[in-house]
Design a protein around this ligand. Structure first.
Ligand code: HEC
Ligand code: HEC
Ligand code: HEC
Ligand code: HEC
Length: 133
């Protein structure tokens, strides 16, 4: 291979690498980097967005089983407490304004977060402790 061809293929590789960075970037976001509960689905928020450091929270709270929060859906449309749905958003099964009787997104969060904090007598349970300015 002569120098010109080498340069051309290096440029080609650089372009491909740059494109891969652009296309793979969204996939690099994972729960380790999560500092707030995603709230885009709600549109304009009535309350300040809720802080939630995914990994740190779960470590402090000593929750080992992912299915505790990431339950799935059975074929009958019931809550599946055996099979984890980690990687799927809550919204994918709990729309903000459901048309088929599913638990709406806000209620899904409130029930899940507040129920556990109440049971364990630890963690925030009033509006302003979660929705902090
Ligand atoms: C244990 C934490 C927690 C508590 C306590 C809590 N919320 Fe929330 N709430 C959430 C989470 C999580 C969401 C979804 C993510 C977000 O909106 O930041 C949410 C979403 C909402 C939303 C829809 C999004 C928006 O801002 O428009 C409203 C409205 C809301 N909460 C109001 C309240 C009110 C009123 C109270 C008290 C009666 C309350 N919340 C108590 C965790 C909590
Ligand atoms: C205390 C509840 C809780 C526990 C326990 C938990 N997660 Fe999550 N996780 C969440 C919430 C809330 C989100 C944001 C969901 C959304 O975007 O709709 C999330 C998001 C994620 C995401 C990003 C994709 C997505 O669903 O938005 C991954 C991946 C994930 N969790 C993996 C895990 C794994 C693996 C475990 C077990 C080691 C785990 N989670 C345990 C609450 C929890
Ligand atoms: C694969 C689908 C699926 C995903 C993803 C999912 N859920 Fe559910 N969830 C269900 C089904 C099905 C039910 C039972 C029917 C219903 O209430 O909508 C349910 C029920 C619930 C309930 C009980 C409601 C009640 O009336 O007591 C809560 C709370 C809840 N989900 C919170 C969450 C949260 C928070 C997340 C994200 C961390 C989540 N769910 C992710 C399918 C799912
Ligand atoms: C299965 C139980 C459980 C669930 C579900 C749960 N939490 Fe917690 N959370 C805890 C416990 C236990 C603590 C107290 C940890 C400690 O300080 O010892 C806590 C503490 C917190 C705190 C205080 C600061 C911190 O990170 O320690 C915040 C904020 C919080 N939780 C938000 C949330 C939100 C938002 C959700 C719903 C998306 C949620 N939690 C769901 C058990 C839970």
């Amino acid at each position: 291979m002569n120098t010109k061809h080498l340069k051309q293929s290096m440029t080609f590789i650089a372009v491909i690498a740059a494109l891969m960075v652009v296309y793979l970037a969204p996939a690099a976001f994972s729960q380790d980097d999560m500092t707030v509960v995603p709230a885009d689905a709600f549109g304009i928020l009535e309350r300040p967005q809720v802080a939630f450091e995914h990994d740190a929270h779960n470590e402090k709270a000593a929750i080992d089983d992912c299915v505790t929060c990431h339950h799935g859906r059975t074929d009958d449309g019931l809550m599946d407490t055996e099979n984890s749905s980690e990687g799927e958003t809550c919204e994918s099964c709990h729309p903000v304004n459901p048309v088929n009787g599913e638990t709406p997104l806000m209620r899904a969060y409130h029930r899940q977060c507040i129920a556990c904090h109440t049971t364990m007598a630890k963690g925030p349970v009033v509006c302003g402790e979660c929705h902090r300015k």
